[in-house]
Design a protein around this ligand. Sequence first.
Ligand code: FES
Length: 125
Amino acid sequence: MPAARIVVCKASSLRDKQTVKFAFDAGAGVREGFVIALAGRVYAYRNQCRHIPMTMDWVENRFLSRDRCHIQCATHGALYEIDSGLCVSGPPAGQHLRALPVAIEDGKVVVTIARDADASAGAAD
Ligand code: FES
């Protein structure tokens, strides 16, 4: 089975520090991811904290800290850098969010999900 390509949104509709969620089949069930724009670039991550493997947005699609400088897990407050996914504060400090390949194609934000993405993510730990 080839990798899946997910068209998340129009690139022109994604404002700086705006997030857009999407769902994907990771091979062992449906998972969530999100894209976020920062300084003209777009990043994509799984919506899964590195402390406990649960989603990070208690409020739907709210991923940013109060000062909007970091991605924040709502459960215990871990802070991740937007551009690298590195956790700089909180229980999983030093670990990275699981990044997903993302590109702008024909004006659209497209995320590529590898076949058996759950297995791949586990191998990267
Ligand atoms: S589950 Fe995210 S910081 Fe604990």
